[in-house]
Design a binder for this molecule. Structure first.
Ligand code: SAH
Length: 348
């Protein structure tokens, strides 16, 4: 098998490795290899996006969820979660506030809250698009039927974020209760793509039972599915979940994977996530240096920020939207990047 450095050179050339090679790359991971990957990933990103880092305004619309994912703090089985749901008026006013701050793309994210029927969610998407036709609306509301995704698309939704969580079916089964399925998650992603959404997939780094073998499958999936965006961040335990005592993912592995994914799909949108900023004070800056080109500042009302607790110790739960944006702009500047608030479409 090739050495780490030889595999990195091959990846830079071909934008692809075999699954066995991805696994070998990860199992030989060194700081030296990470530095080389970082350099190549940064070159690849700058060739497509220059120094621009795109922003998406994140609005966490509900922490009510019918699912019971073992890793997630807002799972239905967590009796300690302090539940909330924003009203359509509150969501619209978050978008208005974001618009005034220059944001031209909003992500509505939430648990799988049954209150958000197609009718209600379509009306909300339509209202945002009607008021701000120059904005892209992204949904991240979990698994729905093809019919539902089709209706939301018709109502004006442009993009959909649905992390695949893991591309290994057995691993998927260890992260989720039996009523959830890997097949349905994948079905959703293919339906979304088919319906003309820009699609975001992704996974947690360091989730329980993850191995270099399961990660190699994630990388092969990204290489073949070629999502427009890939959200990856470290797993961070939330104390009231079944995985509450498991160790968090590391910044080193997360950054390494960001660089690898940038080389696999040079034009991909790659967020430096809040979770990465949570496990390391310079996590998001280091994410940008490793090849990320998107940040998602929080536009949720400060009154609910702490309640959208997917994991413990989440950052930015006390800041007003404007502060979040200014803070991120400074952080990006510190690593030679420029925060851009336009729609930030993928450059294919
Ligand atoms: N209900 C939506 C949104 C989920 S929250 C959906 O199913 O897509 C967004 C992402 O947060 C999840 O996809 C998951 O990858 C991540 N997440 C959940 N719990 C986490 C934890 N404990 N640590 C890190 N990331 C977590």
């Amino acid at each position: 098998m090739k050495t780490e450095i030889a595999l990195i050179e091959a990846l830079r050339q071909d934008h692809a490795l075999t699954e066995a090679e991805y696994e070998a790359l990860l199992s030989q991971r060194t700081a030296e290899g990470a530095a080389l990957l970082r350099r190549y990933a940064r070159e690849a990103k700058e060739a497509v996006y220059g120094d621009a880092v795109y922003t998406r305004g994140l609005i966490e619309i509900s922490n009510i969820c019918k699912n019971d994912c073992y890793y997630c703090g807002i799972r239905r089985g967590n009796p300690h979660a302090d539940r909330y749901r924003l009203t359509p008026e509150e969501i619209l006013s978050c978008a208005d506030e974001g618009y005034a701050l220059g944001f031209r793309t909003f992500v509505l994210q939430g648990g799988e809250d049954p209150w958000f029927t197609d009718e209600r969610l379509c009306a909300l998407v339509f209202a945002i698009k009607e008021k701000h036709p120059d904005c892209a609306v992204t949904l991240s509301m979990g698994e729905r039927s093809r019919e539902s995704y089709a209706r939301l698309r018709q109502a004006g939704a442009d993009r959909y974020l649905l992390r695949h969580e893991t591309a290994d079916e057995a691993h998927y089964g260890r992260l989720h209760p039996p009523e959830m399925s890997f097949q349905n998650r994948m079905r959703c992603l293919y339906d979304l793509r088919d319906l003309g959404y820009q699609v975001g997939a992704g996974f947690m780094v360091g989730s329980p039972f993850q191995t270099n073998g399961t990660l190699a499958k994630d990388l092969k999936f990204i290489e073949t599915f070629r999502p427009d965006m890939c959200g990856i961040g470290p797993f961070i335990p939330q104390k009231d979940t079944p995985f509450g005592r498991e160790p968090a993912g590391t910044p080193e592995l997360t950054l390494y994977l960001l660089s690898v994914i940038r080389l696999i799909v040079p034009h991909i949108l790659l967020p430096a996530t809040t979770a990465l900023g949570t496990i390391h004070p310079r996590g998001r800056e280091m994410g940008i240096e490793a090849g990320a080109n998107v940040v998602m500042p929080n536009l949720s009302p400060v009154s609910v920020r702490k309640k959208y607790a997917l994991y413990d110790n989440k950052i930015c739960t006390g800041d007003e939207s404007a502060q979040c944006k200014d803070c991120l702009a400074l952080r990006m500047k510190s690593v030679g990047a420029r925060l851009v608030t336009d729609r930030g479409d993928v450059k294919k």
